[in-house]
Structure formats: C-alpha cells, structure tokens
Design a protein around this ligand. Structure first.
Ligand SMILES: Nc1ncnc2c1ncn2[C@@H]1O[C@H](COP(=O)(O)OP(=O)(O)OP(=O)(O)O)[C@@H](O)[C@H]1O
Length: 356
C-alpha cells in the first residue's frame, strides 16, 4: 500500500549546520510514529521539511505517493500542532478553529457545523466563545488540536505538543490523544518528542534521532525491550550499560556473559563483531537490591533519592567497575549512603555491542 508519508533521502542544511542527514522513512496510513531524540537531534527539522516550513537541501517528500516537495505548506493539507499553541489571540475559540476552513472557502453553515463537531471531539464544546487568554494551557492545546483537525487532515503533525503542560495535564492530554487516535483510525500522526514515556504511550513505532541522523526505527516494544544500540538503550527507558565479558554467543537469540566471575544469560539485539566490547542494558527497575551474599554482586550505595513512589539508588558495582542506577519500591530495609549491598541482575537482559 502507498505510504501516507514518505521521506526519500531528505536532508536539510542551515548554512554549515547539517540539521537533518539524509532521511529515508515511510509511515503507513493510520499509523502513529514518534520521532524521539535529544534536543538538537533534528526531530523538528524533519517535521518542518514534511510540513513545508523548511526546504530540503536534497531529497523528496511524498504524501500519499504524491511528491509535495515543491508545494507551500498550506497546499499540503496537513494538520499541525506545536508546543506554543500558536492560537490567534484576537479570535475566539470558534474563530480560531474556523480559520483554516474559512481560508478554504467553505460555506458558513458548513464551517459552523464542523467547528462544533471538532470542538466536541476535543472536549471543548462549552468554550467556543472564549478568547485564548481565558483558557488554561491544556485547554488552549485542545483548541490548537481542534484547529488542526478541523480540515480533516490525512496527516497530523504534533511538535512537542505536551511539553508546555504540567505533569498532570500532560497525562490527561496523553489519554486524550489516545482517545482521538481511536476515533480517527485513518489519520496518520507524526509526533515529535524528547519524552520517551510520551512516545511509548502514543506511538506504534518510534524513530530515534541522534545528531541529525535516524539511528533506529521499530515498534515501541521492540525498541524498548531489544534496543540495537547503546544510545537507544540508555535514551529509551534509561537503561544502565553494564560492561560484561562475552562467554558464548550463538549468533541469534542467546548469549552467555560473565560479570565478576558469575555467568548469566542475555539476549543479543544485533550483530556483534569479533572481539567487540559488550554491555548489558539493565533497566533501573530490574536491578534487585538486597543484603550482600554469595548470590549477589557486591555494590556500594553512593546516593539515595526519594521519588515519591519509591527510591532511586545510585550504586557502584566493582565487578564491572561501573555506576548502576536502581529503582526500588518504598519499604523496610532501605539502604543508606555508604552501605554495602548485594545486587542482582536478571537473566535475559539485552546485550549490546558498545564502542563501534
Ligand atoms: N533555522 C535554523 N537555522 C540554523 N540552525 C538551525 C535552525 N533550525 C534548527 N537548526 C539547527 O539544526 C539542528 C537540529 O535542530 P532541530 O530543531 O531539528 O532539533 P530538535 O531535535 O527538534 O531539538 P529540540 O528538541 O530542542 O526542539 C540543531 O543543531 C539546530 O541548532
């Protein structure tokens, strides 16, 4: 099937800065793709190239198989929501939502009907006559969503739409976006974010960008459970990278590694070169912390932070000469800074090649 969105070798330069290295990427109709990466990695640039706000230095952008590289933004028929809402301050909510429809020359009655429909869709039906300044941040973002959806775009672009909202509102908006996705199954969504929780909650697939390059692309669960690079492992889910020694590797799904004289099994996530250094990707919540003993690796507690629902422990693990973050639930027996503890790491953690 023709992809809803296709980047074919799209690169973007700003003067001497390479903001986007040649990007090849297809997004299926109805799919939600998250572009995830640290600040400056090129996420917004990719989105702007798609929307037509920046011109690629090379490559083509296709929508439903049609080359739109030379079309101005308003002729691409996309819905766009940005972080700062960008509502027109002098227009009421309904005026903001009607804007794109009027620009398309739709009859008045049809505009009014669609505005009411789409405000209802985002739960803002009762606020049609308010001005943006009379709304909370979350409400303004809902109006921005309604405005983007009013034209029934085939593709909705979301550029950090939740990052200006506080934590509680962000949760609420994630739920809202999930509901919208279910109600608009044919709408393709591309969601730019640096927040991995947001990407995992909302996307079907995640593309990870680093230094202007797409470094990994796959279904959320695959990227989370079996990241192919140390960058993805630590960026998506904050995995610890624990250097280990490779004992056996059957090339496909199983490996045995040694850590401080003891062996454990691991899941290789990619091709490992001969003699390559390897590390286990261990999520903080999978690190067990208890009393020192023969079945645990000795570790030293260097920091204890209360996180509300539990504690984060910063540990030093002499067996691998590395630091290790652990997340443990609140409860009795919490160690203190300077304590010696015993650490356990489960079998089956992803095994990653490190250092090229
Ligand atoms: N208009 C511009 N002129 C010059 N350089 C730019 C311009 N826009 C972006 N850049 C540079 O291009 C690179 C990628 O920027 P981009 O905004 O795409 O990153 P991002 O991943 O979206 O970051 P953030 O999460 O901080 O928004 C950065 O190095 C940035 O400084």
């Amino acid at each position: 099937m023709t992809p809803a969105v296709e980047f074919r070798g799209v690169s973007v330069h700003f003067g001497a800065t390479q903001a986007l290295s040649p990007l090849d990427l297809s997004v299926a109709k109805g799919e939600t793709l998250a572009l995830l990466g640290p600040s400056g990695s090129g996420k917004s640039t990719a989105l702007k190239a798609l929307a037509g706000f920046v011109r690629p230095s090379a490559g083509r952008v296709l929508l439903d198989g049609e080359d739109v590289t030379d079309l101005p933004p308003h002729r691409r028929g996309l819905g766009v929501v940005v972080q700062s809402y960008a509502l027109f301050p002098h227009l009421r909510v309904d005026g903001n939502v009607a804007f794109g429809l009027k620009a398309r020359g739709l009859p008045r009655a049809e505009v009014a009907k669609r505005v009411a429909e789409v405000l209802e869709l985002v739960g803002m039906g009762a606020f049609a006559r308010r001005f943006p300044r009379e709304l909370s941040g979350g409400q303004q973002q809902r109006v921005a969503l309604a405005r983007a959806l009013a034209i029934k775009p085939g593709v909705l672009l979301l550029d950090e739409p939740l990052s200006a909202l506080d934590a509680a509102l962000r949760e609420e908006m994630i739920a809202e976006l999930l509901r919208l996705r279910a109600e608009l199954p044919d709408t393709t969504m591309i969601h730019v974010t640096h927040d991995q929780a947001e990407a995992l909650a909302l996307a079907d697939r995640i593309g990870v960008l680093r230094d202007s390059r797409l470094v990994e692309l796959g279904p959320c669960e695959q990227l989370y459970r079996r990241p192919a690079s140390e960058f993805t492992a630590s960026f998506l889910g904050g995995a610890n990278l624990v250097p280990v020694e490779l004992v056996r590797f059957d090339g496909a799904r199983a490996a045995v590694v040694r850590l401080g004289g003891r062996e454990l099994s691991a899941e290789p996530t990619g091709v490992l070169g001969e003699g390559q250094s390897v590390a286990l990707g261990v999520r903080p919540h999978r690190v067990g912390v208890g009393a020192p003993g023969p079945d645990a690796w000795p570790a030293l507690v260097r920091g204890v932070q209360w996180r509300g629902s539990g504690y984060r422990l910063d540990l030093h693990l002499p067996a691998a000469d590395c630091e290790l973050r652990a997340e443990v639930p609140d409860g009795p027996g919490l160690p203190a800074v300077g304590d010696s503890v015993g650490v356990s790491i489960p079998d089956g953690c992803p095994l990653l090649g490190v250092g090229g």
